[in-house]
Design a binder for this molecule. Sequence first.
Ligand code: 4G3
Length: 236
Amino acid sequence: MKIKVATIFPEMFDVLDVGILGKAQQKGLLDVEVVNIRDYSTDKHKKTDDAPFGGGAGMVMTPQPLHATICAMDKERKAKRIYLSPRGKTLDQQTVERLAKEQELLLVCGSYEGIDERIIALDIDEEISVGDYVLTGGELPAMILINAVSRYVDGVLGSSESTSEESFSNGLLEYPQYTRPQEFEGLSVPEVLLGGNHKQIDDWRLAQSLEITRQRRPDLYEKYVENHPKPHDKEK
Ligand code: 4G3
């Protein structure tokens, strides 16, 4: 998968060369290309921001460098163009899976109080938020999106890290996990996990997932229960 990023802080994306995503890039499964918006500014001081019309706090990213960057990066308009912003639709696992099917993404990172609205009208397909909080720029949200989407690219995860059995794949939160040693600081691993009865283990894990989800995420719990009606007593 090809992922292009437009930002005024390209060096922030060096962390993508580390770990699983670094390995995926070396293997050619993932190709992240980062472009500096400042390089496309025609201003004599290479400015990329200005004060907002109408007044108010902070600065707004000017349209010229952004539009020039996006046009240069996606001449054939073949990328899905995404702007990371607090007013976007909140990213969820279903959206991650949909975006992972795209050939190419172009992620636009805004700084300060955001970007000139006309760039969104002219150049952006979709606005996405990574949660209800404000950061100094869209760079960390872009990296969250890259990380989440890359896990669905064929070959990026090993078989032991597959996406099929994890949290949210059944709409529930994860059950508790344990590894060696069998006792740690006086706390033991639940007996059922040591027995090797896989039906019993699956039942225990589902019960744990259901209880944790009911306590922490009643919204997810209600959805699960609606879609998994209890088998009622057989008619006589
Ligand atoms: C304000 C995205 C700030 C307006 C970007 C962009 C949080 C998210 C910014 C704007 C961001 C998020 C840049 N902060 N929740 N900061 O995904 O358009």
